[in-house]
Ligand binder design. Structure first.
Ligand code: IMP
Ligand code: MG
Length: 181
């Protein structure tokens, strides 16, 4: 049976599919296995997704982590519009879930300049987690982060990527694959 999962490409200004639905699913399942192994025997895992870009990745990832854990989300924003290099970040949405003493994985869709992660991680560290690791789906490897992610889905090309949660001006998040604009 032919699948029409890639049909949205006909409507979008996507120049090529970079990671197909199948490639993403396979890699996410691998990451879930690694995470499951890493935290084996430990309790109190909290997976925190950075919205909005990580919403699909988190939904798929947590279903591949094979022990009970909790899931939450944060929205981080620099002052002004979107993520820029103002160097100041605040949480626009923060449910204030307990982080103290817990094993925490921060999940991000993509690392480009690294400024989002470099600014958000210290804010979470201040809350006293037992451990804090970073899991990102895509890493453009343009910079060295203050703390590199323990889990990276793909080393991404230096292109603007959309789909599977990633947007351009809020469009394209719904695409089941990752494409280049
Ligand atoms: P950074 O702070 O420069 O590392 O960028 C992080 C944020 O910018 C990500 O969470 C995305 O929301 C956005 N971003 C960076 N590169 C891309 C891209 O190629 N496509 C879509 N969003 C991106
Ligand atoms: Mg983002």
């Amino acid at each position: 049976m032919s699948t029409d999962l890639d049909a949205p490409i006909r409507d979008a200004k996507i120049c090529r599919v970079v990671y197909s639905t199948e490639q993403i699913a396979a890699r996410v399942a691998e990451m879930g296995r690694e995470i499951t192994r890493h935290y084996e025997g430990r309790e109190d895992l909290l997976v925190i997704g950075l919205l909005k870009g990580s919403f699909i990745f988190v939904a798929d990832l947590v279903r591949t982590i094979h022990f009970p854990h909790h899931v939450d989300f944060l929205i981080a924003s620099s002052y002004g519009t979107g993520m820029d290099s103002s160097g100041i970040v605040e949480f626009l949405y923060d449910p204030g879930v307990r982080i103290q003493g817990r094993h925490v994985i921060l999940v991000e869709d993509i690392v480009d300049t690294g400024s989002t992660i470099d600014l958000v991680l210290p804010l979470l560290e201040k809350r006293g987690p037992e451990s804090l690791e970073l899991c990102v789906l895509l890493h453009k490897r343009r910079v060295r982060l203050k703390k590199e992610p323990r889990w990276v889905g793909f080393d991404a090309p230096q292109e603007f990527l959309v789909g599977y949660g990633l947007d351009h001006a809020e469009s394209f998040r719904h695409l089941p694959f990752i494409g280049s604009l």
